[in-house]
Design a binder for this molecule. Sequence first.
Ligand code: FES
Length: 508
Amino acid sequence: MSLLSGEHRSFWVASTLPSSYPSLEQDVSVDVAIVGGGLVGITAAKLLKQAGKTVAVIEADRIASGVSGHTTAKLTALHQLIYADLVEEVGTDKAQVYADSNQAAIEKVSALVQAENIDCDFSRQDAYTFARTQDNVGKIEAEVKAASKLGLPVDYVSGVDLPFEIAGAIKLPNQAQFHPRKYILHLAGTLAGEGSHVFEQTRVITVNGENPCRVMTEHGGTVIAQDVIIATNLPILDQGLFFAKSYPKRSYLIGAYIDPTKAPTGMFIGIGQTYRSIRTTPTDDGRVLLLMGGEGHKVGDADDTNERYQRLVNDLKTDFGVDAVDYRWSSQDMVSFDKLPYIGRLTPMSNHTYVATGFSHWGMSKSILSAMILSDLILGKSNPWADTYDAIRPTPFVSQTSIKQNLDVGSRWVGDRFKGLFESEEDIQSGDGKLITISGEKVAAYRDDTGNLHKVSPVCPHLGCIVDWNAAEKSWDCPCHGSRFSYGGDILQGPAVKCLASKSEVNS
Ligand code: FES
């Protein structure tokens, strides 16, 4: 059982009121249906509505309650180390598009904040990627060189505003940070009306046909639209095979109130296995919250996810002298094999169904640039970045990373079926979950604090992999493509659109 302190909830969620939009009860017709109410979906809806389109945002849960509500919320074109790799792997032209588009996304947010007068703690910040040890300085220098050649105004610096020694850092000035839920909820509030809608707690199960498209939802309502954007982190539609062109990775964040005089100025990220992502945020009661993130791992690769939080807590104490943690939460994103997001048409045959995915943990600027590209494509405008990120571009199915990932998925599909073969319900402590075998049948079982055993099928309804227990989040996570489920089997994150099958709740 976790002994970690602090509220186990995203600060962004805890510091904003829940949204309350209606569910879809009957069929509606709009120009564009947008599946997913995160940063991509809401921004695209805003841009399209501004251009005169009617839109319907359809969110399975609540607006900005998924990945967009669980981020570090750094708006930057400095993505740890990326430019030296991009130049080498995809070439200078595409690396240039990456730099230009991410910089433009920051300016887009800035312009919207000003035009809409959005109270979202938006502030300009310098971004840094730092090396703590001398042996990593070469990587920083290579990044400075590559980013400079692309026209980014970077500098190499030997010191930063952090309370520990570093060996060197790259600095990209005039980036930004914000409160993502304040921003998204404000924009969402401007959408409904004049033929446009926002629906919550309405799960889309599939999209049928094109011209028009019919967006089918779990409880029967249909949205009929000329165009559809699937903005669900990993698309809920499998036709584009995006689950085989990326892999799911989790990461962890803690937040602690800090003496404002000791709060670092800027946004920071380290490099290497023990990297830490650091920023601060003002709070509505006038205090300053320090955020520290890290401990990323492929879904299903961590034996004890509580340990991941604990290591962050240890570093917070060592590096900042802070022992009390006030918030902790985790997040999950899809990592693209070629380091570029997939933005555009779902398949070569799709002319009206679009996706955005594979943000590789830098989803704030990439969400915005996705919304800019997709709204341009739907409006029939040319977009200078669309070809580079084209979702149906030839993708590296045969790269080392992709082969390893897809072999991993294959071996898990087979090997995980033997997990829990010799475990029984007596082996499960209160607060713990395990794969067990009952009468020869595999069961995913969680024992709650009162001793009740909650039993669900361990077979992921997406493509049939076996789920893993995530102790820190008390969830069943699918190691293949990242679907997540509550201990009772409810969907927390797709691409699955169905719950884990119930095996009934028993007292034991
Ligand atoms: Fe694809 Fe589970 S998410 S099989």
